[in-house]
Design a protein around this ligand. Structure first.
Ligand SMILES: *Cc1c(COP(=O)(O)O)cnc(C)c1O
Length: 407
């Protein structure tokens, strides 16, 4: 990676993103291999909203992954990449009109609310000559200190009514269940999540379900520096998750003939580590005892994680004499006081140096606003050592073409 970065800096300048294809593939295969060894019907479904770079989505497809989408925009991308509807999972609380196209093509769709179920039922009743299938999202509460807004609560009246309405509809079949919860990544929470879903499947699905999706929220393989901030050795491994999640599932369905597909829907877990952001120090200055390094990238480039944890950073010297500062903050190009890429920077640094931020693959490029400056380019280091551009830098026109200039 480092040689590729140095070459790109020389040929294209900064800032830019670099995606590590080999790292991504190795991690994907490792996760999948561990889960499939216990339950061969395990299927990974990649969360588009985490990072919908088409190159990454197509790489997932080539590895056999499904597409997990939560809007018509993401659905359209999956179709454009060549996905069959049977390998697209459409989730989320605000699906668009494409959900009917998806249903028509036997796609996987998980209902979030009673109102959404009613809308679907009204649609399928208008097409009595055809058969349709759906799943339901189960609301999870597994120890977090907030009430999740998603899905329907087990044993609630609303869930019961939703199930009854679907079962009364002759050409609509309830074939699967889904859940997902963020901020509950420990083994205990995953053990509970699995128990709740297996019970819900027994309670609400007639016969053996076609699939159960357990959502996302497993810790990834991550750099040691980051792992320490998440609790070091207490961070579960993929094997730990397999023990508390995949194994009970395999046990539950060991005697059935057509075993359900077991999905998980990783985004962060598979992509976060394999994108880096490369940005240059434009100036170093002191303001009332606080040292500031001003960069040509901003905190949106790194995603929300940089507001919660310190990202792994490598300094590439630009040749000027470096100093170590106490009370040094690495600041972005926006004119926002909160634009901190890294607070309390400890390494030696000088104007003209390059900082390489690792582990920025999740919720970075997808949440980067066109704020003050357009987005930077993205490259990939291919498995064969070649470097290719997979997203060009945005231009002035990308930002302003949508506005009217007729006054
Ligand atoms: C966001 C989301 C995911 C992916 O979550 P990560 O934390 O990025 O891995 C998976 N499933 C659903 C339904 C989601 O909304």
């Amino acid at each position: 990676m480092e040689q590729a970065i140095r070459n790109l800096i020389k040929s294209n300048g900064t800032p830019f993103y670099l995606f590590d294809e080999k790292g991504f593939i190795d991690n994907y295969r490792k996760l999948e291999g561990i889960f499939k060894a216990i339950y061969p019907n395990y299927q990974l479904s990649y969360s588009y909203k985490t990072n919908y770079t088409p190159f990454v989505c197509q790489l997932v497809r080539s590895l056999g992954g499904y597409a997990e989408v939560v809007s018509d925009m993401e659905y359209t991308l999956a179709k454009k990449l060549g996905y069959d509807n049977k390998q697209i999972v459409y989730n989320g609380p605000s699906k668009g009109e494409e959900m009917f196209d998806h249903l028509e093509h036997q796609g996987i769709l998980n209902i979030d609310s009673l109102d959404e179920a009613k809308r679907i039922i009204s649609y399928v009743k208008g097409h009595p000559d055809r058969n349709y299938t759906v799943g339901i999202r189960i609301n999870m509460h597994v120890g977090g200190d907030f009430i999740s807004r998603f899905g329907l609560v087990p044993e609630s009246k609303e869930l019961q009514e939703t199930v009854s309405l679907i079962k009364e509809t002759v050409n609509l079949n309830l074939i699967g269940l889904h859940c997902h919860i963020s901020r509950s990544r420990g083994v205990e929470a995953w053990t509970k999540r699995t128990e709740i879903m297996l019970k819900a499947a027994d309670d609400y699905i007639d016969g053996v379900p076609a699939y159960i999706s357990l959502g996302s929220g497993m810790y990834a393989d991550m750099p040691e520096f980051l792992k320490q901030q998440f609790g070091g050795d207490t961070v579960p491994t993929y094997e730990d998750y397999a023990d508390c999640t995949i194994q009970p599932f395999a046990d539950h369905y060991k005697d059935v003939e057509n075993q359900p597909i077991l999905f998980t829907e990783p985004g962060t877990t598979v992509v976060a580590r394999y994108l880096s952001f490369v940005t240059k120090v434009l100036s170093v200055k002191e303001v009332r005892g606080r040292y500031i390094a001003n960069m040509d990238g901003d905190y949106h480039n790194l995603g929300e994680i940089c507001t919660m944890k310190k990202l792994p950073v490598t300094v590439l010297s630009g040749g000027k004499e470096q100093h170590t500062y106490t009370n040094m903050d690495i600041m972005g190009f926006t004119c926002l006081e909160q634009d901190v890429l890294y607070p309390g920077f400890e390494q030696s640094i000088a104007e003209g140096d390059i900082l390489v931020f690792d582990n920025v693959g999740g919720y970075s490029i997808v949440s980067k606003p066109q704020f003050i400056k357009p987005q930077s380019a993205m490259y990939v280091l291919r498995t064969n050592g070649e470097v290719e551009q997979i997203m060009r830098a945005e231009t002035f026109d990308d930002v302003f073409n949508k506005f009217s200039f007729k006054f």
